[in-house]
Design a protein around this ligand. Structure first.
Ligand code: 5GP
Ligand code: MN
Length: 326
């Protein structure tokens, strides 16, 4: 499947009036930063823009410039000319926002997930980009769309969070060039980094303490996992966003190739988050066996079943791939 051009997206943006800018459920910094950045650029073009995410703005990203623009979708249907899905590998991960869009004339799909099937009318998927925010920067630059300090800061957070603060292997020279341009547009690296990485509520660290109690290793230490039950989550009064990134503590262990986080959900499913440190171990492929998806080195799935039972099934599937016996 071939991508459309930035010029085609540009025409759709400039020639229409009413937009909905959407991102995936359980949003991360890339989804929220990308949504706000593109929405702000469209607003500067004088467009009528809605910015909807099923989960609304997360507390921890509420420092993002113009964060108040991003809301939960309304209850009833709303007409727009153009609906734009950002950072959303599969259309149903738009959640309730999808149901609200009545009759968009044009669907635009901009993403960096290799598993994205390319839904929509104008599709631009670059799986080499470390963040959707990086693709948006290229779009804005190439089509001379508006960019200012607020847009730059949203893009910077999108790129910083999806590259693990410029550490993951998907970080390229181009990523640093873009970061430099964003800094020149006024992004204060120290202050933004502090807000993203050093401003967690205490309950997140208390959650980490409980997760580490459940930590286990399979396959001669190549597979590390921990899990969160509904009971523990309730006792600690954690909210879903608290666990973003905690899996990195498992990934950071010497000898670990695959890190897994299991989270029991209220709907009878288990949310599985997976990370790989080795390009030859494709966790997206493993998650796809369970109906999920993502990237080679970071993927996830929602699997029906009891926590303990899902853990065993998934760990076995990983061990089959990682070759835990050698
Ligand atoms: P995380 O582990 O941070 O929730 O997600 C890691 C990556 O896997 C993200 O890029 C995300 O889009 C993808 N991902 C997570 N959960 C799911 C899922 O249930 N389905 C699909 N298709 N992708 C997922
Ligand atoms: Mn992303």
């Amino acid at each position: 499947m071939t991508n459309c051009t930035f010029a085609e997206i540009n025409s759709a943006l400039r020639e229409n009036e009413r937009f909905a800018v959407l991102g995936h459920v359980r949003p991360d910094g890339d989804a929220l930063g990308s949504q706000l950045a593109l929405a702000l650029s469209l607003k500067q073009l004088g467009k009528d823009v809605r910015v909807w995410n099923e989960d609304g703005m997360l507390e921890k990203y509420s420092f993002l410039p113009r964060a108040e623009l991003l809301t939960k979708p309304p209850a009833g249907p709303e007409d727009v000319d153009v609906a734009i899905a950002l950072d959303t590998a599969i259309q149903n991960r738009l959640g309730t926002a999808l149901e609200v869009i009545g009759s968009a004339k044009i669907w635009i799909n901009i993403d960096h997930h290799p598993s994205n099937p390319g839904y929509g009318d104008l599709v631009y998927i670059d799986s080499t980009a470390p963040a959707t925010g990086q693709i948006l920067f290229e779009l804005i630059k190439s089509e001379r769309l508006p960019i200012d300090h607020a847009i730059a800061e949203n893009l910077y957070v999108a790129i910083s969070t999806d590259t693990g603060s410029f550490q993951y292997p998907n970080t390229t020279a181009r990523t640093f060039e873009i970061a430099a341009e964003l800094v020149r547009l006024g992004v204060d690296v120290g202050s933004v980094s502090q807000q993203v990485y050093e401003n967690f509520p205490r309950r997140r660290v208390e959650l980490l303490r409980e997760l580490l109690r459940t930590m286990r290793f399979e396959g001669k230490g190549r597979v590390a996992s921990f899990s969160l039950s509904l009971k523990t989550a309730a006792e600690l009064a954690v909210i879903p966003e608290d666990n973003e990134g905690l899996i990195d503590h498992l990934r950071a262990i010497r000898g670990v190739i695959v890190a897994v986080f299991f989270e029991e959900l209220a709907d009878g499913k288990v949310r599985v988050s997976m990370r790989s440190k080795n390009e030859r171990v494709d966790v997206c492929a493993i998650c796809q066996k369970f109906g999920g998806g993502g990237h080679t080195l970071a993927a996830g799935a929602r699997i029906r079943g009891m926590l303990a039972e899902v853990e065993e099934r998934v760990l076995k599937a990983i061990c089959d791939v990682v070759d835990c016996n050698s």
